[in-house]
Write a protein that binds this ligand. Structure first.
Ligand SMILES: O=c1ccn([C@@H]2O[C@H](COP(=O)(O)O)[C@@H](O)[C@H]2O)c(=O)[nH]1
Length: 233
């Protein structure tokens, strides 16, 4: 069975050293999940952490959320493609021309990474948007940015599972919906605001569940992952 059908879970390896991240990865099974390398780990380790995870058989989501001018972000996603990652992302608020340029920049790769865009961070709620001059509900802004991302030709968006149904109405079924802010009922929300349980997120149509602390900070991370996967079928 392909990994596409096996598990929608992407484990966020948010660690402060390569050693810690690999201790965690070595407890996980690449047929049961993908892994995500974010800003902290990549800033500390660079491409060597991606290589080490590839050697262990994991597909890697490089979650660096590029947000810059079109030329810079395009070169950045091309560098990610050179690393052979499975997925890479930019911020949709960088705009249509920036996203379209990144899309075009990946055309020369035989197997480019999935290119997706972050809409509104799952840690944000209405007041956070007001604070940055956006007097809208997160749902409304996510919908607008998802439409922009679709029109720029990207493969999908990062959103909260709470927005999945609304995005499904305006985007094709092939448009990947990647949802962090996933919290089993027993888990702490921490800094996440727009959350949903793994089971609800899958039921409503999330394609991929990004899960960090509920797995990585569990006493038995593999059991925690298996317990989550068991709720999905
Ligand atoms: O909107 C977003 C975009 C990215 N993230 C990232 O996902 C994980 C979530 O980790 P948890 O420990 O499960 O909260 C983390 O790496 C974030 O950088 C997000 O949470 N929300």
């Amino acid at each position: 069975m392909s990994i596409e059908r096996l598990s929608p879970v992407i484990v966020a390896l948010d660690y402060h050293s390569k050693a810690e991240a690999l201790v965690m990865a070595d407890q996980l099974d690449p047929t049961q999940c993908r892994v995500k390398v974010g800003k902290e780990l990549f800033t500390l380790c660079g491409p060597s952490i991606v290589e080490a995870l590839h050697q262990r058989g994991f597909e890697v989501f490089l979650d660096l959320k590029f947000h810059d001018i079109p030329n810079t972000t395009t070169k950045a996603v091309q560098a990610a493609a050179d690393l052979g990652v499975w997925m890479v992302n930019v911020h949709a608020s960088g705009g249509r021309r920036m996203m379209a340029s990144c899309r075009e920049g990946l055309e020369k790769f035989r197997t480019p990474p999935k290119l997706i865009a972050v809409t509104v961070l799952t840690s944000m709620e209405r007041q956070d948007l007001v604070d940055i001059g956006l007097d809208v509900e997160p749902m409304e802004h996510v919908k607008r940015l998802a439409a922009l991302t679709r029109d720029a030709g990207l493969d999908g968006v990062v959103c909260s599972a709470q927005e999945v149904a609304v995005i499904r109405d305006i985007c094709p079924a092939s448009f990947n919906l990647v949802t962090p802010g996933i919290r089993p009922l027993s888990a702490e929300k921490g800094d996440q605001k727009r959350v949903m349980t793994p089971q609800e997120a899958i039921s409503i149509g999330s394609d991929y569940l990004v899960i960090g602390r509920p797995i990585t900070q569990a006493n038995d991370p593999l059991k925690s992952l298996e317990d989550i996967i068991a709720t999905l079928s």
